[in-house]
Design a binder for this molecule. Sequence first.
Ligand code: FRU
Length: 523
Amino acid sequence: EKQLAWQRTAFHFQPPQNWMNDPNGPLFYKGWYHIFYQYNPNAAVWGDIVWGHAVSRDLIKWLHLPAAMIADRWYDINGVWTGSATLLPDGQIIMLYSGSSNDSTQVQNLAYPADLSDPLLINWIKYPGNPILLPPPGIDPKDFRDPTTAWNTAGGKWRFAIGSKMNRTGISLVYETQDFKSFKLLDGVLHAVPATGMWECVDFYPVSMTEPNGMDTSVNGPHVKHVLKASLDEDRNDYYAIGRYDEEKGIWVPDNPENDVGIGLRYDYGKFYASKTFYDQEKRRRVLWGWITESDNEAADIRKGWASLQAIPRTVVYDQKTGTNLLQWPVEEVESLRTRSKNFINITVQAGSFLPLDVGSATELDIIAEFEIDLEALDKLSDFDEEYTCGTSSGANQRGALGPFGLLVLATDDFSEQTPVYFYITKGSDGNPRTFFCTDASRSSIADDVMDDISGSTVPVLRGEKFSLRILVDHSIIEAFAQGGRTGHHYGINRGMANKSGVKVMMDRNDLLHTLMMTGSST
Ligand code: FRU
């Protein structure tokens, strides 16, 4: 019992009980952040899906409200599925969502708040003209779902995208409307990528190439790039790509075809799915929500009575330094939780050793650490390893020329449980260092029936940059970010035995690294 209670998070969003999946229709309205979500009110497994609803002033502390929409019409009786919000210039709020109809056809519907003067937007009205869209000819009735937020075009019309597939080519269809009453399917597709399967929860939004802030979904122009994201049903991961949107032609083109949607970058290399951004007009930022599952199996979820949570909302911007990726960073409100803080500055860690850091008995941590490597040492690196990946390596046990170095979190004193989050540097045949950022969950829990992946990705590190990481620990959850958010991982380490989150610095066996600074902060 105590064990179960310990696993629930403190500063991540979770309903009080039962199953949750995708974030839906996030928005900011009259001082409140709203999150809706795919929710099963009856069990800790997927099914009977309605829209759960909660509000917050700060994206951290939530007030749970009654379900915003339940499955009560023929066109959504098999599930009120995923959708997105659009704020119209006249103050109206339009919620576009997918319904699974009485014969399990996927149709698109519209809903709006019953009372716009209610900042909590408690009551929702389903549009009497629903469904507004049926699957078009040539599209399987079960492959047509998850409308995006609509954007306004130069011609004054609204457009939104819907994910689908043709054979195994993932596609995004686009509809156009003037009034949200009649809709036209545009010719062609926004984008298509062969062999990626069904695209769920497509997201499409602009990022600024010059400004630090986020952008309203309708913005476009010469200093704007567009991000296209798809959640690959077959692979259960969220892939994004950066490119340009040609509004006139109605197509999006990736900057780098090798990094196209579904074959290139992921938001997160742990479990992170069905994500969705919204533009926060109050703080002029774009915020990313993502559904994260834990390492537990279904039987354990049923025993616990709940399953899954939402990742900490992350601000997303274009990385103006690299030009190749986004930067994702926990919203600044998380920092208000740093009630106690400890700094470990210029500590020296012996090569090949582990140094426990005294963070007290905290179960919630926000850790920032930086490592520096002499450029000379980097240049001397002679380990040509073209093959290394986090996932195919033997994890933190595998020693290389430079790495692994990083932190062990959720670590017991005797190391029987530990989750290393670390860098590993190899040298490619082009002579340049390649930096990997990995999480090794193979020893996260002594329970033998939980996920135990080793995974991660490469991360761009510019010459002379320190190797920096940030790790949020929230009871059983770890979220880690490298190089200011150029890449990230999430892990849910359920049924770990550790009841405190021990932290140890892990040092590479070479004496090349200096820990420059670490600030740990417990809440
Ligand atoms: C993604 C998804 C969506 C669908 C919803 C149903 O996780 O399958 O495509 O709308 O969940 O709950």
